[in-house]
Design a protein around this ligand. Structure first.
Ligand SMILES: Nc1ncnc2c1ncn2[C@@H]1O[C@H](COP(=O)(O)OP(=O)(O)O)[C@@H](O)[C@H]1O
Ligand SMILES: [Mg+2]
Length: 509
């Protein structure tokens, strides 16, 4: 492009500090008219901060913003909207009990009074919806709409306020693969009609599929700008993380030893009293990873909850090191050497309001060295936290920060640090990398393989077939509450596993 191209938006030398963090460190970024510019970076890189500055939610400590080549002051979302900037936040800001049209009018500047505005909004939804292929009913109540459609309402809201620049902050995180495809179609349609889009994500495949240009941020700085034609998943991962990233986990052959976990004829009911796990038996030995593959909702959650002491079973047994484990007694299992990375890290993995230091002793706070009798040893708790935060590379302003303030990847590292720093005979990892960035995924995969190589038995449950295939030594496929096959990894390919997961059968060789 020419030297004096006028950008839809440009920021120069933006600096934003938070206590203990330089969230934006002299950031330069520009957006061409009608382009999709992806902003890629790991959790905590500073993407949302930059967008909040552009949208007037934060004031930068330094730096300048230009819209259409003119320097502007953006001190509130009002200013941003007036300048034609719209934002779809990571967490939607809609009123669930209101209709689509009501949500559009709400917060917009009143022009003719509520009733007339509402009428205008309903017409606008129809018009915009048709124009951009959004397919949204103005009279639908927001809470009744699927997540993908709620997101389109957010986009509509921005368009209704005549946004020419649209910021989408991690829009695909909440979508199914099908909905992601639909969103991409809408994004292309928008740019064809002159809207410029900043698309924030940490997913490499997505930026390569949709972006015109890609800017990568790491630790508050812009690392560089590239295009899908020049980049690969590997090169982008390297830019994001700052070093070579192994997208494939290095792993030697398993050396299975004694049986650590034995599950016998287990039957477990779900919330509605249906038999979610319907007679499951398997073993996991020390030094091996058994992966459980399956489409979500085939009993994996209930199986893991029964094994880890969170749920009772209707029938059957769980034996840990040959000792029968009582159901609903997680502490028994922990004391017998079980570590657990739970599926819902915010509900079962952490106490979000507690500090990182306290979260790191959640299972051991009542024992030496962290307590002697009823006396809590604060010194030991803090030393433990300092050591683990360093060793597991938890990115946090301090060990006193509440867990709620950390990014998903760093929350997961806190759980992994805590669970792996006890003597572990059995590791149960359920969706251990869901929602995490490449750097954290690589890190957690390496640690899981290390656990195996130190002799732990590992039970891995994941809906990501790639994760199952790259980590497991043996793979059990779960379908409708039963294990339909157990195979050696390396003896099946992805399509064969897919077939088993859908209830099919392998042809005998
Ligand atoms: N309101 C805030 N107060 C304190 N620290 C914050 C705040 N918002 C973001 N941060 C910190 O700034 C850094 C960048 O965060 P963020 O912009 O949300 O990253 P990203 O969107 O790339 O995941 C992180 O270390 C985060 O903890
Ligand atoms: Mg963010």
């Amino acid at each position: 492009m020419s030297e004096n191209e006028v950008y839809a938006l440009e920021v120069r030398n933006i600096v934003k500090r938070f206590p203990g963090v330089l969230a934006n460190d002299h950031v330069n970024f520009n957006l061409r008219k009608g382009e999709i510019h992806a902003l890629l970076g790991e959790n905590g890189a500073g993407k949302t901060t930059l967008m909040n500055i552009i949208y007037g939610l934060y004031t930068p400590d330094e730096g300048e913003i230009y819209v259409d080549g003119k320097k502007v002051e953006i001190q509130s979302p009002h200013d941003a909207i007036r300048l034609g900037i719209g934002m779809v936040h990571q967490h939607f800001m809609l009123v669930p009990v209101f209709t689509v049209a009501e949500n559009l009018v709400l917060g917009a500047e009143p022009t003719k009074g509520w009733q007339l505005d509402l009428k205008a909004a309903r017409e606008a939804v129809r018009r915009l919806s048709e124009h951009y292929g959004l397919e949204v009913d103005p009279d639908a109540v927001v809470e009744d709409l699927p997540v993908g459609v709620q997101q389109r309402v957010e986009i509509l809201k921005a368009l209704y306020r005549e946004a020419k620049i649209l910021v989408l902050d991690e829009p695909t995180a909440v979508l199914t693969p099908q909905e992601v495809e639909e969103l991409f179609v809408i994004m292309r349609e928008l740019t064809k009609r002159g809207v410029s889009i900043i698309f924030i994500t940490h997913k490499l495949k997505e930026v390569l599929a949709i972006a015109d240009r890609i800017t990568v941020m790491r630790r508050g700085r812009v690392v560089g700008t590239t295009t899908p034609a020049e980049a690969t998943e590997e090169s982008l991962a390297r830019m994001m993380v700052g070093r070579e990233v192994v997208l494939q986990v290095p792993k030697g052959p398993a050396k299975p030893g004694d049986v650590v976990l034995e599950v016998r004829d287990l039957k477990v009911e779900d919330e509605r009293g249906l038999m979610a796990v319907n007679g499951v038996s398997f073993e996991v030995r020390e030094g091996e990873i058994l992966g459980i593959a399956g489409v979500q909702g085939n009993g994996q959650t209930e199986l893991v909850e029964a094994i880890t002491g969170l749920r009772s079973a209707r029938e059957g047994k769980v034996l840990l090191g040959g000792v029968e484990a009582p159901f609903r007694r997680p502490r028994f299992l922990i004391e017998h050497g079980m570590a657990h990375i739970p599926e819902d890290r915010q509900k079962h993995g952490l106490v979000l309001s507690y500090s990182i230091a306290d979260n790191l002793v959640l299972c051991t706070y009542y024992k030496p060295p962290f307590a002697h009798g009823l006396q809590r040893n604060q010194q030991a708790i803090l030393e433990n936290a300092r050591r683990l935060v360093k060793e597991y590379d938890v990115r946090t302003p301090s060990i006193f920060t509440p867990a709620s303030a950390l990014s998903g990847g760093n929350q997961q590292k806190v759980i992994v640090a805590r669970e792996f720093s006890r003597p572990v005979r059995l590791l149960v990892a359920n969706q251990p990398t869901r929602g995490l960035d490449v750097g954290s995924i690589e890190y957690i995969h390496k640690r899981v393989v290390e656990m195996r190589d130190h002799g732990a038995a590992v039970l891995l449950v994941s809906a990501e077939l790639d994760e199952i295939m790259s980590l497991s030594d043996r793979i059990a496929v779960m379908y409708r509450g039963k294990i339909v096959a157990i195979v050696n990894a390396g003896e099946v390919d992805k399509s064969q596993l897919g077939l088993l997961m859908a209830g099919g059968q392998l042809q005998p060789a």
